[in-house]
Design a binder for this molecule. Structure first.
Ligand code: EPZ
Length: 447
């Protein structure tokens, strides 16, 4: 059973380098399947979701090597187009492979994706968009069979800027004959990075960064080497920890340009922030100020992926704050765990009302999802006493060596990674890495 143990009440001081972006790397790995050759991605965090994706790619016949943060993928000859059920159901990003495999093989079989239980998380926008390109589907329980005699460019309008649906449609549309226009596309930085990689591989996508993407299809992709940006959500998480615990923290490798809305909220709480391109310094010398109202929104709005962490920080302010979660209807799970620590939080539909002022105390809590688990880490760091967090596999899906990073900042935190269900993943002939090894923090220890 994976868990974290924290003795809280310490301020945080020091410097931490931010890992590569999980949500940029995962769709980029799917894009590698389009190329009948070698694709290299640098700055890849060694997290469970990356391991799960590697398992899936291995099962499809793609050879993958992971070495010190660099993924080398050889998709010259794929041997299957069906994702293994046990891995497809582990994370949300497995659904991205549908678009890529349809693009490459014109047929694919996958299963309803897993991922954080933060709402219903339907895939109707993915399916409708792919249907517009000429894909037909057969659904049998959780099994999804997709086929396309031909992919033809289409006009697609997304009623909501779904990140995953935008990525999935892009991964198929780059193989379609003719031009595809995606209106209402998501504008997250991860979409910009995926478009940049696809264009480097030979696609022709314009409107990148806007809500209207024009995609000229191609049938020829080339080898490429890309570097993922720093993870803007992990960076925001560490800044939120400093705001809750006080202290002075410098982040290197942080994509500050992608973090404006999170930095604005930290400044609203009274933190001093200095930012350069890839470096952020936060100084927090008093309790965070309450924030009357914050609402999550698609990029560039305040990210839903930082909502739980903000809730944890506001528990250490003095006054009442309100957060509206406008993206996922089930993303307040962590409130119930924070209440076990003494937090006074009232949930009314999409609103969380935090009445802060009573100190939180350490106790035993359980991570319910990835970012909610990170929020419990923040609460444990700032609360007096010992906090034990169970089910930390949720956290290890997205944070590479979180305990090492926080120890580097002076936190009293230890981890038991348990027996990762990813086991020892073979990254090619010359290296095996056990994701359960707690030493993989910043540099993966090769077996
Ligand atoms: C991506 O999830 C991220 N995951 C999430 O990060 C992030 O919270 C989310 O985008 C929003 O920014 C990855 O990139 C791997 P959506 P995704 O499609 O693509 C509804 C994390 O913590 N919707 O933008 O699943 C959906 O229910 C994770 O790293 C449909 O209705 O998010 C939600 O209400 C958690 N139909 C809203 O859109 C669909 O077909 C946003 O979902 C698809 C989505």
């Amino acid at each position: 059973m994976s868990c974290l143990e924290i003795n809280g009440g310490r301020s945080l001081y020091g410097t931490v380098s931010v890992q590569g972006s999980k949500n940029a790397v995962l769709p980029m790995m799917a894009a590698a399947l389009l190329n009948k050759g070698i694709t290299v991605i640098k700055n890849v965090p060694y997290i469970l979701d990356v391991c799960y994706m590697i398992k899936i790619m291995n099962a499809l016949g793609c050879r993958v090597k992971y070495e010190q943060g660099t993924l080398t993928m050889d998709a010259s000859c794929l041997t299957a187009n069906e994702l293994p059920l046990m891995w497809a159901g582990k994370m949300r990003s497995s659904i991205m492979l549908l678009g890529a495999l349809i693009g490459r093989c014109r047929e694919a079989v996958t299963y309803y994706p897993g991922g954080c239980s933060i709402g219903a998380r339907p895939i109707d926008l993915h399916i409708e968009g792919l249907r517009k390109l000429g894909v037909t589907f057969l659904f049998e329980g959780d099994r999804i069979e997709a086929k396309a005699k031909k992919l033809t460019g289409a006009q697609i309008v997304l009623p909501f800027p779904s990140v995953g649906a935008t990525e999935n449609i892009l991964l198929a549309a780059v193989n379609a004959e003719g031009v595809t226009c995606i209106r209402g596309a998501a504008r997250e930085p991860e979409i910009v990075e995926l478009c940049g990689m696809l264009n480097q591989m030979g696609a022709l996508i314009s409107g990148v960064g806007s809500d209207t993407l024009m995609v000229h299809g191609t049938d020829c992709f080339r080898d490429c080497l890309v570097k993922a940006s720093g993870d803007r959500i992990v960076a925001a998480t560490y800044l939120m920890a400093a705001a809750a615990c006080r202290g002075e923290v410098m982040l290197t490798g942080a994509p500050s340009a992608y973090m404006q809305s999170s930095l604005a909220v930290l400044r609203q709480m009274g933190c001093l922030i200095r930012q350069e391109a890839e470096r952020i310094v936060i100084c927090a010398d008093k309790a965070p100020l309450p924030i009357p109202y914050t609402k999550t929104a698609p990029y560039p709005g305040f990210p839903t992926d930082v909502q739980s962490q903000l809730m944890a920080v506001l528990c250490f302010s003095e006054g009442t704050s309100v957060i509206e979660e406008a993206i996922f209807e089930g993303r307040f799970n962590t409130a119930w765990e924070l209440k076990k620590m003494g937090a006074d939080i009232i949930i009314e539909g999409r609103l969380a009302v935090i009445h802060a002022g009573t100190p939180l105390r350490g106790t035993c809590v359980e991570a319910k999802d990835l970012r909610g688990g990170a929020a419990l880490v923040i609460a444990g760091l700032a609360a007096e006493g010992r906090t034990q967090i169970q089910s930390c596999h949720h956290i290890f899906r997205g944070y590479a060596g979180i305990e090492f990073d926080l120890q580097q900042l002076g936190a009293d935190i230890i981890a038991d990674h348990g027996s990762s269900d990813c086991g020892t993943v073979n990254y090619g002939n010359d290296s095996n890495v056990n994701p359960g090894k707690s030493g993989f923090g910043q540099a993966v220890q090769m077996a």
